[in-house]
Design a protein around this ligand. Structure first.
Ligand code: ADP
Ligand code: MG
Length: 711
């Protein structure tokens, strides 16, 4: 379902009105007949505020009710419309009350309609011989073809069936608005669609060159496909009308991000060149040498920082590739020049870990990082705020840093770790923390290796650096998948490993995004393992513990005092204990590849050979089996990301969680990926040739939604 979008591209265009010629689309939905205040409010909750939001609210799918299918020709698994006579009716009460209606038609075959909730009056309509027009998904029942809960109508006497003339559009709807009601509202909005020329923002010559129909025609086709339309293409979202709309939407996002980037880049940032002294001291004090990839990326970042144009750079690097040290070097470059750095992480645990790591690295250089999370309250918070206002060189924390009320003396650099957990807006809010008329440089770190085309679209406002090499001496993690029935064996393995001085994680996962249930599962596993392994000291971390408890558990594990750590997915991002070399993950059949890869990235960080045990609950679906096979075969985050995309499709892989904010009405980054080069080419052309058209395209597609999201 579409939610109110929060979209980066619109940032630059927030409160602008389009000129009179396309004003029709800006009218409030409340101006439509029959759309009163209550409905307006409900529509607003799904991001529909203006008429044009309804124009772009395309059908979810289409049903073909223009044709009748003879029962003998029904295919199982497809939807169909049938006109037939009632042959028999049976009311059963096995397990639960149900109504079965047998229909026959001229093809002499039988179709069963099956109802589980029905009223007596409904059952009484189906008298033998009555003519029934019905529509639904055909499945294989006990007695041949059947439709459960069909949509149907009883026809009087010999009255004609009165089939639809075009495909029936089924609209996505929520907030208690039924698809049928939504269809009516959209219909009324479409009646106010202006003439083609008044609606069009793309230059006619361009449309001609691209062989694309007008926006008006494309919208009408997508909403009310004619009977001869290519249904398969429509359902796949690849019909020329849909591609035309996707193209304009992608173009709008692209132009918006370009504009946003240009706006940030038109402002000034402090040139952070520094003496290099702190950086050299850090490098020489590290117990390792940077990899070639780390050095290259660090140089790219340092080069950007030395400019007085704000840096907008994304550093992509697989789990364990060593992004933290690159961030630390950037922060030191700022400190050398007398400017502050804010390092923001998505979870308390990760932020805290950064604070410890950077503290250990920087204390010898005379820098004490300030810790500021939402849980730092009262006097401690006042102290931290005071230090930040007084110019503390490095501040580390969670999104509390982004929230209001924290004033930096001179913020020169904002580092955002694990970007996929943040929206672009939050990133921009940090930009606003700049003082003295300058904006800070931005460095974004992510371990989500998204394929290149997608990265371009999702992070179009950022330059990209890739750390494409792991530190040497890592032995690839060996991964095995084992059924939960062999749990006892695994516990024995942990006993043996810990007796040899190794350390292990036991990770509890749940599909529901409920921290509470996951925490419960971890408590249960903790109790089970404590009973089974009485000789071991076992730690426990989950999201419901107090910050202090979490911290103590992590520290004890890091120090090797506890050999086994039972944890939830709170350890998914960033946690770094190089000595841990065994990981057991429960309920893996429910996890996506990206998440499994992130979790597994917590082991294989030291020189010891590591093992990851994926505990699953049989039976496995074909998809789950395929996922586990990928995990066994490769440790390469980029390959895993590509497989993930293949197996799950872009919707989930590039969900809001991963991209931070980009959500489309029509476009689909993977399905429409082939359009992206064209989008880039036309985007260049349009922003150079017709800035006004460019501005209006962005305002149309992403403007009102963002305005509404309160961004
Ligand atoms: P990520 O990219 O996942 O954030 P980290 O920055 O947490 O990775 O680094 C993972 C581990 O590798 C840490 O223990 C870090 O100290 C270590 N490390 C980083 N760079 C190197 C290197 N060049 N050689 C050896 N170990 C390194
Ligand atoms: Mg990290």
């Amino acid at each position: 379902m579409k939610q109110p979008r929060s979209n980066p591209a619109a940032e630059a265009f927030r409160v602008e009105a389009a000129p009179a010629s396309v004003d029709a689309g800006l009218a409030a939905v409340g101006s439509l007949p029959g759309v009163g205040p209550a409905l307006v409010e409900r529509l607003a909750r799904i991001g529909i505020v203006q008429l044009q939001d309804l124009w772009f609210h395309l059908p979810l799918r289409y049903e073909d009710r223009t044709r009748l299918t003879p029962i003998a020709e029904l295919s199982i698994g497809a939807s169909a419309q049938v006109l037939a006579r009632v042959d028999g009716v049976e009311r059963g009460f096995r397990f639960r009350p149900q109504l079965r209606v047998a229909l026959v038609d001229d093809s002499r075959a039988t179709l069963t309609l099956r109802f589980f909730h029905f009223q007596r009056s409904q059952a009484e309509q189906f008298v033998p011989g009555a003519r029934v027009l019905c529509f639904g998904d055909v499945r294989m029942g006990q007695h041949g073809a059947e439709i459960v809960h069909p949509q149907y109508r009883i026809l009087r006497g010999d009255a004609p069936a009165d089939l639809g003339e075009r495909l029936t559009s089924i609209y996505p709807s929520t907030e208690g608005i039924t698809p049928l009601r939504m269809a009516g509202i959209v219909e009324r909005a479409l009646a106010r669609l202006p003439e083609a020329a008044a609606l069009e923002l793309l230059p006619p010559a361009l449309l001609k060159e691209l062989g694309m129909a007008s926006l008006r025609e494309s919208l009408l086709t997508a909403h009310r496909p004619p009977p001869d339309a290519d249904v398969a293409a429509l359902l796949a979202g690849t019909h020329p009308a849909q591609r035309r709309l996707a193209f304009e939407e992608l173009l709008a996002h692209h132009l918006g991000l370009k504009r946003l980037r240009a706006q940030v880049r038109s402002r000034r940032a402090p040139a952070l060149s520094g003496s290099g002294e702190l950086r050299t001291r850090l490098r020489t004090s590290l117990p390792f040498a940077l990899t070639a990839a780390q050095s290259r990326v660090a140089t790219e970042v340092e080069h950007d920082l030395a400019q007085s144009t704000p840096m907008l750079r994304l550093v992509q690097g697989d789990v364990g590739s060593g992004k933290t040290v690159v961030a630390a070097l950037a922060a030191l470059a700022a400190a050398e020049s007398g400017w502050q750095t804010a390092l923001v992480a998505p979870t308390e645990l990760l932020a805290e870990q950064h604070w410890r790591t950077l503290g250990a690295w920087m204390r010898p250089l005379g820098i004490e990082p300030v810790w500021l999370s939402g849980k730092v309250q009262g006097r401690a918070r006042e102290r931290a705020r005071g230090a930040v206002a007084a110019g503390a060189p490095i501040v580390i924390g969670t999104h509390a840093l982004i929230q209001q009320g924290i004033e930096f003396q001179r913020l020169g650099l904002a580092i955002i770790d694990e970007q996929h957990r943040f929206g672009v807006h939050q990133r921009l809010t940090l930009s606003e923390k700049g003082r003295e008329g300058v904006v800070p440089h931005q460095l974004v770190l992510t371990a989500t290796p998204i394929p290149r085309t997608l990265a371009m679209a999702a992070y179009a406002d950022l330059d990209v650096s890739v750390i494409d090499e792991l530190p040497p001496g890592r032995t690839p993690v060996q991964t095995v998948a084992i059924a939960n029935s062999r749990r006892a064996e695994i516990i024995e393995r942990i006993r043996a490993a810990c007796a040899q001085g190794r350390q292990a994680y036991w990770v509890c996962t749940l599909i529901e995004e409920s921290e509470q249930l996951e925490a419960q599962a971890a408590e249960v596993a903790f109790a089970e393992l404590s009973t089974a392994l009485p000789e071991l000291r076992i730690g426990l971390v989950h999201g419901r513990l107090k910050a202090k408890e979490k911290q103590a558990a992590m520290e004890a594990f890091k120090a090797g005092e506890t050999r086994l750590l039972v944890a939830t997915t709170v350890i998914e991002v960033g946690v770094d204990v190089p000595e841990a070399s065994l990981m057991v993950i429960e309920n893996v059949e429910r996890l996506g590849l990206a998440q499994l890869h992130q979790l597994r990235g917590r082991v294989g960080r030291g020189s010891e050979a590591s093992t990851c045990v994926l505990l699953y609950q049989p039976p496995l679906s074909a998809q789950a089996r395929a996922r586990l096979a990928v995990m066994r075969e490769t440790n390469d985050g980029f390959r895993i990301a590509e497989k993930d995309l293949e197996l799950r499709g872009p919707g989930e892989v590039l969900g809001t969680r991963q991209t931070g904010a980009v959500e489309f009405r029509v476009a689909d980054l993977v399905r429409d990926a082939a359009l992206l080069p064209l989008v880039h080419r036309i985007g260049e052309h349009l922003s150079a040739q017709d800035a006004e058209a460019a501005r209006r395209i962005v305002a149309r597609w992403v403007g009102s939604a963002v305005h509404y999201a309160g961004a």
